[in-house]
Design a protein around this ligand. Sequence first.
Ligand SMILES: NC(=O)c1ccc[n+]([C@@H]2O[C@H](COP(=O)([O-])OP(=O)(O)OC[C@H]3O[C@@H](n4cnc5c(N)ncnc54)[C@H](OP(=O)(O)O)[C@@H]3O)[C@@H](O)[C@H]2O)c1
Length: 283
Amino acid sequence: MKLWVVGAGGLVGSVLKKFAGVVSFRSDVDIGNLRALHAFAKKLRGITHIVNCVAFSNVDQAELQREEAFCANVFGPENLAAVARALGARLLHISTDYVFKGDGSLPIVEAHPTDPVNYYGWTKQEGEKRVLKVFPEACILRTSWVFGEGGKNFVAGLLKKLQEPNEILLTKDHWGRPTYAPDLAAVILQRLDASGVFHFANAGAASKYEFGLAMRDEALALGLPILSPQITPVSGDAFAGCAPRPRYSVFDTSKIEAVLKTPIRPWRECLREHLCSVKLKEF
Ligand SMILES: NC(=O)c1ccc[n+]([C@@H]2O[C@H](COP(=O)([O-])OP(=O)(O)OC[C@H]3O[C@@H](n4cnc5c(N)ncnc54)[C@H](OP(=O)(O)O)[C@@H]3O)[C@@H](O)[C@H]2O)c1
């Protein structure tokens, strides 16, 4: 097996790159450019599997930089599907809970109709469709609220805010399932030969507010320097100028659980593990 991790500089890609035979960063090749991608792939030998970790992942910025978001999230996966076919390699493409409208109250299964509420979600939905059109045997792995050590993510941002002496506002009406990047990477490695759509997230749902409270408690228990005096729950509408988010995008993960080798860990256990490793490295 020889794995090519595309987008190795991002949050998920930087965890997966340890397992790769080949890695590529944006500086190596822009996956929105089919000709450049074919030229890059032509130089590679013996690739059997490709994981696409590339995304234009800034949800608010995607509303403003539509062309760039389309290029990375729609043309990119479509081009990679074509390249995977040409190389005779398998393709696993990562997608998101933001393909859903999130107006329900029950965990969302893979077959639930997609209906994104923002441009980022729309591009991710379109990317999924194009991957499956070009390469029907590809695997689409949807995940949600990813946190970990590489790249930018909501946990890193929140930890920074917790260390400042200011009140923090977090939404109480957006629900999801947080996902630890190393757990996601382990699942990706198990599904490299799979076809079809799967949902993966760590176990347990939370609002951003609940997650923030848990994070403050865990950080305090570890002795991290937390200075923020209060976390206040607010409605999602409080964040003027932000793109709308799905209100309830909690995944049903029973399809993937049936084929995984180990049970899915609760997000809080992963959060503790993550904060321990942050403490060792940064404090
Ligand atoms: N993070 C989450 O909470 C979350 C939740 C659900 C699903 N996902 C999905 O998980 C996957 C990985 O996300 P992530 O959080 O790891 O993203 P990330 O940290 O933003 O990393 C994305 C990487 O893609 C690169 N990139 C962007 N456009 C490119 C292009 N046109 N050509 C080549 N490289 C390009 C970026 O490079 P630059 O840094 O140079 O821009 C960056 O290294 C994505 O499919 C995302 O939609 C993420």
